[in-house]
Design a binder for this molecule. Structure first.
Ligand code: SF4
Length: 454
């Protein structure tokens, strides 16, 4: 819940405008603080206690928690709204694959390979699972530590360490502390003993209660100890309870600004469902309903892809169309005689064009013109896909160095930019009007490619 400037001003000295903070009045300074444009230390007359209070008031309603090393980090939390249409969800839930130390070495290898292999390039983004959750289930500490060691050596993904045995949990943490693993579970029973160990090598922790209420004293105690990289597990016993608990936590954090619940959550479909299909459905519910991390017992391409696409849809900012970067892309392995096409940067347009080109099996270059995420015709109507601007793209993209010919295919729907584009390219390129629909590329491209080779 954003804090108003009128609330912050109550904590300021309210002098008659000493201006030492750089603002004409305390009220102006408070407004700037509330909008994030200034920091409390700019007023020299605030006590340390008041400064800390202001920093706390201005902190986002939900903590941002980072798991993993820099190259494979997963960030969860920092959400600002209950409903996606209010603004946008920010950090997609991390999808984790569970490996138990009771599973055979072959299954462990298979799972490590699977999470590496199952990646889906999809309209300009790479969809994939993000984390490995290592579960101490065997009762044999050495076996668990050997699993942690093996996974740490063979994968650079972020890790979740799951162990009821604190000694095993922190020994495992010591193996991979540089990877910022999430330690789970910290509970009412072990929190006192865990705090000094957590502080030795600060990493994120997952706390588990047997109700939402039981989480509050735990987060309060941890915060007093300076530990705030926390994710919550309210210990929900079934899907219905879980959805209710997740919703309650999100509302308490965002609407009520209730700090003890202002943390992302972790959910375990792997322990809530006894068959694969049900597990995927429970995971799907958690994507919609606020989980920060979702742990699955297993997946294959047919169960993982729908979850990843759902996550992409829910966490795409509804205020902006999905767009791809302006540059030239290669489809297949094009050479100096391959066709060059141009299109706009709406992700769906690019995806349709690249898929159509791919299905012809003709390697090609696709130059993508930045057009604020609009389709070709809309972009042209809005002045974002003119002959001049496409010409500028072709000149600066470097595509001329990649091909020996000078033939550029434009979408049939914007045939009218042909003359302007030829002028913009100083008549060095011949402009070919391609099909109006991408479906037409199937016939057009193979024939056109033959003329280039000739
Ligand atoms: Fe007010 Fe402090 Fe700014 Fe002076 S420096 S105007 S007391 S906020």
């Amino acid at each position: 819940m954003p804090i108003a400037g009128s609330e912050i001003v109550k904590l300021l000295p309210k002098t008659k405008g000493c201006r030492d903070c750089g603002f004409p009045t305390c009220f102006a300074f408070a407004m700037k603080l509330a909008s994030g444009g200034a920091t409390a230390d700019k007023c020299p007359y605030l006590s340390e206690e008041t400064k800390a209070k202001i920093v706390d008031l201005l902190a986002p309603p939900m903590k941002l928690v980072t798991i993993g090393s820099e190259e494979s980090k997963v960030q969860v939390g920092n959400e600002e709204v209950i409903y996606r249409h209010e603004k946008s969800y920010i950090h997609p839930p991390g999808i984790a694959l569970l490996i138990s130390d009771k599973e055979s070495a072959a299954i462990t290898d298979q799972k490590i390979k699977k999470i590496k292999d199952l990646q889906f390039p999809w309209v300009g983004v790479n969809l994939k699972a993000d984390l490995l959750a290592l579960y101490f289930e065997s009762g044999d500490k050495d076996k668990f530590l050997s699993l942690v060691n093996k996974v740490y050596q063979s994968s650079n993904l972020g890790l979740i360490l799951i162990s009821e045995d604190m000694d095993a949990l922190f020994s495992a943490r010591d193996i991979c502390a540089d990877r910022q693993p999430l330690l789970y579970p910290i509970t009412e029973e072990n929190v006192e003993a865990a705090i000094p160990k957590i502080k030795q090598h600060p990493t994120p922790i997952g706390i588990r209660g047997d109700s939402i209420e039981s989480l509050v004293p735990l987060t309060t105690k941890l915060k007093e100890a300076g530990i705030e990289d926390v994710v919550l597990d309210p210990g929900s016993k079934n899907t219905l309870e879980a959805i209710r608990d997740q919703t309650f936590i999100r509302r308490a954090a965002i609407k009520q600004g209730f700090r003890p619940l202002g943390y992302p959550t972790i959910a375990f479909p792997c322990f809530m469902a006894n068959d694969g299909l049900k597990e995927v459905m429970v995971a799907s519910a958690f994507i919609n309903k606020f989980a920060g991390i979702i742990v699955l017992s297993d997946f294959d391409r047919f169960s993982l892809l729908p979850i990843l696409v759902q996550r992409l849809n829910i966490y795409t900012d509804p205020r902006f169309p999905m767009a791809v970067e302006e540059k030239y892309y290669e489809v297949g392995e094009p050479n100096e005689y391959s066709p060059v096409l141009v299109t706009s940067n709406w992700a769906l347009t690019y995806f349709l064009v690249s898929s159509a080109v791919e299905s012809t099996k003709i390697p090609a270059y696709i130059c993508v013109k930045e057009s604020e995420g609009l389709g070709v015709l809309t972009a042209w109507a809005a002045g974002k896909f003119s002959g001049d601007s496409v010409g500028a793209l072709i000149k600066k993209s470097g595509i001329a160095d990649r091909v020996k010919h000078r033939k550029l295919v434009i979408p049939g729907k914007v045939a009218r930019i042909k003359g302007e584009l030829e002028d913009a390219l100083n008549l060095e390129w011949e402009i070919i009007v391609g099909p109006k629909e991408t479906t037409g590329l199937g016939v057009f491209l193979p024939e056109f490619a033959k003329t280039l080779k000739g």
